[in-house]
Design a protein around this ligand. Sequence first.
Ligand code: CP
Length: 309
Amino acid sequence: MRHLLDTTDLTLEEIDDMIALATDIIENKQKYAHVCDGKKLATLFFEPSTRTRLSFEAAMYELGGNVLGFSSADSTSASKGETVEDTVRMVSNYADIIAMRHPLEGAPRVATTRTLVPIINAGDGGHAHPTQTLTDLLTIYREKGKLGDITIGLCGDLKFGRTVHSLIKAMCRYKNVKFVLIAPKELQVPDYIISDVLIPSGAEYVQVESLEDVMPTLDVLYMTRIQRERFFSEEEYLKHKDAYILDLKKLDNAKKDLTIMHPLPRVNEISTDVDDDPRAKYFEQALNGKYIRMALIMTLLKWGGNLEY
Ligand code: CP
């Protein structure tokens, strides 16, 4: 049995296989409509979510399976003090696979010590969000036809944005990826991303504050939300909240084939007038999330000997 706690749990070949499976699902939906008949996915969301939870649920339904779970810890025995270990051990009696989001970094790893079924990390604190990263890789692959030889700008809250941390860890494994890290100094990536991820990978990277200055160089622009819930004070959040707002004017000197991404939800980082620009791909990205999660559910169930396809 295998779990997905971070994208580094997967080899590049396994990621390629999952992207290929997701692509086949997109092109041949009917072929997969009963693959998970009789299987159950539990969605344990101790922290709010729209896309991740609903796309997991839609994914399982479209594979013919069923879903149980909760969208808030308030309605569960966690509010009475039940531990993550006990919750997961018990839920793993009821479901074939578990997708779990938790505000505490490492909670999904703790869950793997007690579960009887595969655990998928659907986001843990400011640490990692591997299924968002698989979504992002599928989106980049579908837009660019490759995952290497790309200059990617990551803009906004690079300190607390777990999607950014996971995406850097994944993309630096491909050849000739250049990272342009665009953030105010206080919101730059944590030091460990530089020392333990970027430097050992040999990937080229620059840290800048101005989005306008680097715009012409970018193949992909990954905008992110300033993560209000992870700031220590409201004052700190307010200082940074509108640090970057992408609008059509700022795209004047961007490449014609730029791919604009955002894990969503957006607050104010991308003006709605950008939505109709053909380079805006964030809603397609959210849709891709459903297809890659279908591929992931199938793959983990197969690796656990609980599915044949
Ligand atoms: N991208 C993402 O994780 O969105 P949700 O918080 O709505 O799941």
